[in-house]
Design a protein around this ligand. Structure first.
Ligand SMILES: O=C(O)CCC(=O)C(=O)O
Ligand SMILES: [Fe+2]
Length: 188
């Protein structure tokens, strides 16, 4: 995908489509999901999705002002990490899992630009289950693009993507079933 000041690559069939659909339920069951909360207008509110944070060591990670403590990799997740690492030629030592239970769940505009991810982080994101639209918006010009993320796809953001662009998954008006997303990262 050609975007100014960004490097975004999309691989639709990284995992076989029907296999990825089957894995959605398995991942839902195998991961210890949490309902995290954030402060909004002085009140604690549920974030509109479930999350789980996995990592190699005991280092915590701050995401959207939430400090997450890592769970241990499951065998399945280690296999995905290996597969994605080999494909990207990049080590990953952490992963944020997101569960969008239905069309009402979302992630608001953000960049994955926490200092512990380094200057030009490579973020590799695997999708399972219902297809959702991934939105990208340039921080300066406001230029925007969208990309449907199908089950089994891998999206790799690298270079200056996080510096120059934000991304989001909006709520959908159309009813949608569950989507699980695994975003592999490297914490320095
Ligand atoms: O669900 C997605 O595809 C994106 C998730 C995301 O942006 C994140 O975890 O930082
Ligand atoms: Fe993100």
């Amino acid at each position: 995908m050609s975007l100014s000041g960004a490097s975004v690559a999309y691989y639709p069939n990284f995992i076989d489509f029907s296999e990825s659909k089957r894995l959605t339920k398995q991942l839902y069951q195998e991961i210890a999901w949490r309902q995290d909360k954030i402060a909004m207008f002085g009140k604690m509110v549920d974030i509109p999705r479930l999350q789980a944070w996995f990592g190699d060591n005991n280092a915590s990670y701050t995401y959207s002002k939430l400090t997450l403590f890592p769970l241990n990799w499951t065998r399945h997740l280690l296999e995905f990490k290996q597969q994605v690492s080999e494909f990207c030629q990049q080590e990953f030592n952490a992963m944020l899992a997101n569960c969008y239970r239905d069309h009402r769940d979302s992630v608001s505009w953000h960049s994955d630009d926490e200092p512990e991810l380094g200057e030009q982080p490579i973020i590799a994101s695997l999708s399972f289950g219902c297809q959702r639209m991934f939105h990208l918006k340039h921080k300066g010009s406001g230029e925007s693009v969208k990309l449907p993320l199908q089950s089994g796809s891998l999206l790799v953001m690298s270079g200056d993507t996080q510096k120059n662009w934000q991304h989001a998954i909006h709520k959908s008006r159309v009813e949608q079933s569950m989507r699980i997303n695994l975003t592999f990262r490297n914490i320095q």
